[in-house]
Structures are given as C-alpha cells and as structure tokens.
Design a binder for this molecule. Structure first.
Ligand code: R1T
Ligand code: MG
Length: 548
C-alpha cells in the first residue's frame, strides 16, 4: 500500500535528500519504518534533537535542503534553537514531527508528552515564529499540504514544519503525478524595473564594489555571481556572514570586509566606493564589527531576499536567485581600474615556541587546500578563520547571525555526510564543544573523517575579551579533550587523536592528519586563555560598548 509516509519520502528524494536525521519516539516509529525499508534513504540517528537540527542545517548548507524527524513535544522542543538558527541564516530544513493519532488528538486524551490539558496544538503554535510554513496533515489535505510547505522551503530557504499524526502517516494516497513546482525563471515587472535601475547605477559608477553575502550560499548561486563579476571585471568582497560566496583565489577578490576592523587597502576601497552593491548580504553586527561599515545609504544598493534597498528606497517582490542570474545581462562597460587582490601571508616560520593565535591561523592558512570545507565555531575560531583567505573550490560554514555555540560540531558532520569528497576542517572552542560533543559517537559510527581542531584555551575566551576576563562564569570544567573519542566508541581504526602545544608539534600533526584520510583526526590545540585573534580583540571592544 502506498501511504502518506511514502509520498513524503518520495518528495524528499525528489529534492535530493539521501539521509534523514533525528531521534525516534513512539509517535514516529512507524514512520521511521518507511525510511529504513528503503534502499535509497539512510536513517542517521542522533544523540539528541538539538544536534539533529544542527546536523540537518549543515547537510542543507551543502545539499540545498535536508530533513529530520522528531517526536511530539519533548523531541521537537529540544530542536527549536536549531530551527531558529536555520530560519535566521536562511537554511531550508524540513522538520517532521510524529504526533499522536487523530483520534487521540480529537478526543483530547491525556497522553504522554503533553501538558495534560488536551491541547495538541501548543507545540505547533510555538513553531510559528521559527518556520516559514506549518503543515498539520489530515485525511483530506496530506499530499497537498506536503507539497505546499516543501515549495515554500525551496523558495524562501527557510525551515518548514510538518506535523504528521501517526495514523495519517499510514493512510493510503496516490503517488505524486507531477514533480514539485519550482519557482519560475522569468523576471517579474518590478524586478525588470529594478534591473534597469541597477544597470544605470553601474554605468555611472566610477569605482563600484560588490559585497556578497550569505544568501548567495543559501540559493547556491555562486556561479551566477561569478559570471557577473567576470563579465564586467568587478572587484568583489564578502562579509564574514557569507564568506565562501566567491572564489577567494580569484583576482577580483579583495578580501573579507568586516567594517571598521577591515585591513587596508580594502577598508578604504569599500568605504569610498561610489557604488556599493550588496548581493544577498545582511549588515549584521558581528559581520560588520558592530555596524561600523564606512558607507551610507547614498552609496548603497542592496539586493537581498528579505530586504531590497535602492539608495534608501525600499523594494518588495524581488526573488534573489532570479535577479542575480539576470545581472550579467545588463549593458555596462568593463571596469578597468586596478584591483588589489587579498593579501596572503608569506614566509611561515615554524619554531618550537608555544602556539599563539596569530601563528595558529597563519599555519591554518598554509594548511588549507582546494576543495576543503572549513567550519568556524563562534569564539576565537570564527574570527580567526574570517581573516584567512581561502583557496579555490572551498566552502566556509559559520553561524555569525544566530551564533549558538555548539552548532558547528553537528553541522560540520552533517555537511561532511552530504559532501563525502570534501575534507572538512572544523575549528571549535572547548566551551562550544561541551554543548554538543555527544555527536562524536555519530561521527565514529558513520566513519566520518573530518579534521577537528579543538581549541583548548581553558574556557570562554571570546567572552573574557568582552567582559569579565577573570570572572568564574567564563571558566569551564577542564576536560581531557584528547581522550574524548575513546569514550565515544572510537578505536585505532576509526580515530587518530593528537594534542599539540607548540608550533612544531602542530606542524607535524598537520602533515600526518592531511595524509591519514581514512580516520577522523581529533587534534587538541592548547593555547593561552588570554590570547585571541586580532579581529576578535578589536570586535570585543565594539561589543562591550554596544552593551553599555
Ligand atoms: N549560549 C549559546 C547557546 N550560544 C552563545 N553564543 C552563548 C551562550 C554566549 C557565548 C558566546 S561565545 C561563548 C558563549 C558562552 C563562549 C565560547 O567559548 P569557546 O567555544 O571556548 O570559544 P573561545 O575559542 O573563544 O574560547 C557569544 C559571544 O556568542
Ligand atoms: Mg575556549
């Protein structure tokens, strides 16, 4: 019998999903049977639902969309923080919640995972604020509601929620007749009008600059952006929130723009541009060192998913992917001034001195390779990695807007599962790791082989920089980080563990880790608790001010 469960799973397959994450519960077990019965789908069980949401987010950043399953109430509520992050950063994740049968819900039975008041819609209502659409499946609407919310996830690049009562899941339906509707390609009238205006602005600009942001990554339109840049020979920079949207080895790439903390000559180049064209970018506090960008609305055109500003004038109804795809059709002459590409470090010296943040990130710069995916956790990791110029065909994952610590560990694993051939390098602080470390078991079970740098600096260094350097709230219990994989089921076959405190030790381990591609590389990196990357030191002062 072909059921609602089968219909939903066929649709997920159609979207390119091969793995589904989550945690079982009695309200979703039968639905999970439909997953495990299929050869073309793999169930990846998580240690908890928050991690499942984070892992699905990382998977979606790589593959374009993802799905995870939780149980009613207790499961879904644990995942809310993860969904909110996906919402904030435009990552389309589908959450499927197995809920009690329609009869139980209609009769307001006092069943487990409820508040005991017969209100079965409480948790669904709570999800309204962190999803782009909610479907509550019933006997009449199941297939049309599935299609409706999946289309919204695709066009808005935001999470959607599917409440699947366990009896509805087993209900007989017809197979889908057509493929899911995709958004149309042709520009709407308002988009054409704006395109003409942007064309004019580009024609008049003497020294324009393009700032690419995270929505380029959400819509996977890096190629369309690149076409536009190459065709008109335009200088381009990215925000830390969207790093990786443009090939950083390309001669048009100026470096990462971070507001007042940006290195020269990039800072002046951007701030004095007569046209700053933002594409899919949001000028958030941590991406611009507390809104300290040096340009104003008078210089700026911003084309984004939720906000479009043309020299201060607001526009609505612009679909970002369509618009960016059409940008290379404008009639503008090539930019001919010199473009100063991003500066790379040279003359790396390795000594037997203790590792500093400064030296560490220089060594990382030399270590990264074409095709890698790098992930930077909130804390010294994100801000250290922001200043590292990437290589060709590299991806970058961070969560600078939502900024929930612990996010990157499951997310890196999700992305690694989605992109098996890209070596994933995760940089994560000791404090952040302590939130989501349980997923180490999943990494080992799935035989994933990322390189994980655990920065042991004895606590919350980023917060020490902002406030309370020696206060006990910025301390954390000291763990034996190097040994962790062993208690999570790691063996010599699956994990190599290392611990480094000097430059030379790191150098040695980096060489070994790069070659040892068949095991997870777990590297504890010891650094001083007062040491931080230059960018973070400057930024921390800005944040401290923002809070006073
Ligand atoms: N809780 C959650 C879920 N997310 C947060 N961002 C915070 C609390 C606040 C917070 C940071 S950074 C940070 C915390 C607790 C500490 C990170 O420490 P670490 O991982 O050891 O990194 P470092 O390398 O800097 O020592 C705010 C500022 O985002
Ligand atoms: Mg730390």
């Amino acid at each position: 019998m072909y059921t609602v469960a089968d219909y939903l799973l066929d649709r997920l397959k159609e979207l390119g999903i091969d793995e589904i994450f989550g945690v079982p519960g009695d309200y979703n077990l039968k639905f999970l049977d439909h997953i495990t019965a299929r050869k073309d789908l793999t169930w990846i069980g998580n240690a908890n639902e928050l991690n499942a949401a984070y892992m699905a987010d990382g998977y979606a950043r790589a593959k374009g969309i993802s799905a995870f399953v939780t149980t009613f109430g207790v499961g879904e509520l644990s995942a809310v923080n993860g969904l909110a992050g996906s919402y904030a950063e435009n990552v389309p994740v589908i959450e499927i919640i197995g809920s009690p049968t329609t009869t139980v819900q209609n009769n307001k039975k006092l069943v487990h995972h409820t508040m005991g008041d017969g209100d079965f819609l409480r948790f669904e209502r709570m999800h309204k604020e962190v999803t782009a659409a909610i479907a509550h499946l019933d006997a009449q609407n199941a297939t049309s509601e599935i299609d409706r919310v999946l289309a919204i996830a695709l066009s808005e690049k935001r999470p959607v929620y599917i409440n699947l009562p366990i009896d509805i899941s087993e209900m007989k339906v017809n197979k889908p007749k057509d493929s899911l509707k995709q958004s149309q390609e042709k520009l709407a009238t308002i988009e054409l009008e704006l395109l003409k205006k942007v064309e004019k602005a580009l024609q008049h600009a003497q020294n324009p600059v393009i700032i690419a942001g995270h929505e380029i990554l959400s819509y996977h339109i890096e190629q369309q952006l690149n076409e536009f840049i190459q065709k008109f020979n335009l200088p381009v920079t990215t925000l830390p929130f969207g790093k990786g949207a443009f090939n950083e080895e390309d001669s048009h790439y100026l470096g990462t723009y971070t507001g007042s903390t940006t290195v020269e000559p990039l800072k002046s180049r951007v701030d004095t541009a007569d046209l700053v064209l933002l594409l899919g970018a949001k000028l958030t506090d941590s991406a611009t060192s507390g809104f300290s960008f040096g340009f104003t609305d008078k210089q700026m055109i911003s084309i984004g998913m939720t906000e479009v500003l043309f020299y201060g004038e607001k526009y609505a109804g612009i679909q970002l992917d369509r618009f960016v795809s059409e940008l290379s059709t404008v009639s503008v002459s090539k930019y001919t001034d010199e473009i100063v590409p991003v500066k790379r470090s040279s003359n790396l010296q390795i000594t037997d001195k203790k590792l500093t943040q400064k030296q560490f990130w220089k060594m990382v710069e030399a270590f990264i390779m074409q095709g890698d995916t790098v992930i930077g956790e909130q804390g010294t990791s994100f801000f250290g990695l922001t200043s590292v110029p990437l290589k060709k065909d590299m991806r970058f994952i961070g969560q600078p807007l939502w900024g929930s610590i612990g996010y990157t560990f499951p997310s890196a694993l999700g992305s690694q599962i989605a992109m098996k051939n890209s070596r994933h390098l995760l940089f994560i602080g000791d404090g952040s790791l302590q939130l989501t470390v349980q997923e180490l078991g999943t990494a080992i079970r799935e035989q994933l082989t990322p390189i994980v740098f655990v920065i042991n600096n004895n606590g919350y260094t980023v917060e020490r920089e902002i406030h309370g350097a020696t206060e006990p709230y910025n301390d954390i219990p000291m763990w034996d980080y190097q040994q962790l994989p062993l208690v999570f089921g790691g063996t010599d076959q699956t994990v190599a563990t290392h611990k480094v405190t000097t430059e030379m030790e790191l150098d040695q381990v980096m060489k070994v880790a790069r070659k040892d591609t068949r095991r997870l590389q777990w590297i504890e990196v010891v650094m001083d608790q007062e040491d931080a990357p230059e960018l973070l030191k400057k930024l921390a002062k800005v944040f401290a001010k923002q809070n006073s």
